[in-house]
Design a protein around this ligand. Structure first.
Ligand code: 13P
Length: 258
């Protein structure tokens, strides 16, 4: 964590909490916000909850994210949702290129770059996800793979002034209970920071790099304490306001230097 960047703690609910349970969780996250001042909290519920959650979160500091978008403004794209639609229903953020999208829905590096561009052109802040598979890590390919994924959207974010976030989520650590150790995470985060700074020092400074993959209250402090880890993208533990809040509190303590 770096004093120049506010920690960003984001919850990716994936395909959970779609109805009243989602609104209840959004309400509980709203209660957390005043307790973790200095930390940016973002929640990414399923599409069906977004509009109602936006109304409930109105006037609070909790940011609302969608989990995906389609990179056209409108058209005959059955089942898809555009950046203007997300903006209109109250989102400020959108997760792009999550490994589950890449793995199950064919999101390629090129499509991810288009989605990042579409988000930025409508004032939505992307949380662009990157990360290697277990086979790639074991094959010593982690940095090559992650660099290729980052380079796909690097020009797009360099041309914007927006405070984009990049989430490094090693695929083998997602939902598995296995997590990269702080040193493993920091190695990749530092590399991402270097690739950003090769574009511009200002881009490297403003971009928050989140870690994701089995982040829990008991490992959050170690991960968030790394110099180039600016926050977390949390799956399972974000479905419980208590554990999501505990991770946000760990970020707050580190940011305050406690
Ligand atoms: P888990 O925290 O459940 O491992 O999920 C991480 C993730 O994919 C967040 O986007």
């Amino acid at each position: 964590m770096h004093p120049k960047r506010r920690p960003l703690i984001a919850g990716n609910w994936k395909m959970f909490k779609g109805g009243p349970a989602g609104l209840e969780l959004a309400g509980a996250c709203k209660e957390l916000a005043p307790k973790v001042r200095g930390v940016d909290l973002v929640i990414a519920p399923p599409f069906t909850v977004l509009a109602a959650a936006a109304a409930d979160l109105d006037g609070t500091t909790v940011g609302l994210a969608a989990q995906n978008l389609y990179p056209k403004d409108s058209g005959a794209f059955t089942g898809e949702i555009s950046a203007p639609m997300l903006k209109e229903c109250g989102c400020a953020w959108v997760i792009v290129g999550h490994s589950e999208r890449r793995q199950y829905f064919g999101d390629t590096d090129a499509l991810v770059a288009d989605k990042v561009a579409a988000a930025l052109s409508h004032d939505l802040l992307p949380i662009a996800c990157v990360g290697e598979t277990l086979a790639q890590r074991e094959g010593g390919e982690t940095l090559r793979v992650v660099k290729q994924q980052v380079e796909a959207f690097l020009d797009v974010i360099a041309q914007s002034k927006a405070a984009v976030a990049i989430a490094y989520e090693p695929v083998w650590a997602i939902g598995t209970g296995k997590t990269a150790g702080p040193a493993e995470a920091e190695e990749v985060h530092a590399a991402i920071r270097t690739w950003l700074s090769n574009k511009s020092a200002e881009l490297a400074e403003r971009t928050r790099i989140l870690y994701g993959g089995s982040v829990k209250p008991d490992n959050a402090e170690g991960l968030l304490g790394c110099p180039n880890v600016d926050g977390a993208l949390i799956g399972g533990a974000s479905l419980d306001a208590g554990s999501f809040g505990a991770i946000a509190e760990a970020a707050q303590k580190l940011a305050q230097g406690k």
